[in-house]
Write a protein that binds this ligand. Structure first.
Ligand code: ZN
Length: 145
């Protein structure tokens, strides 16, 4: 935990980027609480960092990590609501982490995955998740009513 906090406040682009990616996956409530409690400090210490990035600016990951901490701090609800806001949530990883279950996969031409149907393990919300590839693989999550 101290390492998470030291890294995110380090002002070192590589460490900040790698911790931002860890925060995006983080589900531990105590750790999220601790990070959310110093959110203002994190926001100001990362504000002018040059994070670089090739296909996707690394700042996108950081901004989403901050958004997640804000969402957690403000008690806005189940973390699955954030899936549609970030394109790097792989349903297979989320299932492996126990966050969702994949209820079905629809293929295009019998080969390519078109979309998944998933449900949140915590609140039961259902999602349609399109898998797309353009330079890299990304996923578009949409919550089904
Ligand atoms: Zn949920």
């Amino acid at each position: 935990m101290t390492k998470l906090i030291n890294d995110i406040l380090s002002g070192d682009a590589t460490r900040v980027w790698s911790i931002a990616c860890a925060i995006i996956k983080l589900r531990d409530t105590a750790e999220l609480d601790a990070l959310a409690s110093i959110l203002d400090e994190i926001t100001s210490s990362t504000k002018n960092l040059e994070l670089g990035g090739m296909l996707i600016p690394n700042d996108k990951h950081l901004q989403f990590a901050l958004r997640k901490l804000r969402y957690h701090r403000d008690g806005e609800g189940c973390l699955c609501r954030l899936y549609p806001e970030y394109m790097m949530f792989d349903p297979k990883d989320e299932q492996a982490a126990g966050n969702v279950s994949i209820d079905g996969i629809t293929y295009l031409d019998g080969n390519w995955i078109d979309f998944y149907r998933c449900s949140c393990s915590i609140c039961g919300s259902a999602f349609k998740v399109e898998e797309r590839e353009y330079h890299y693989t990304w996923w578009g999550w949409r919550r089904l009513a």
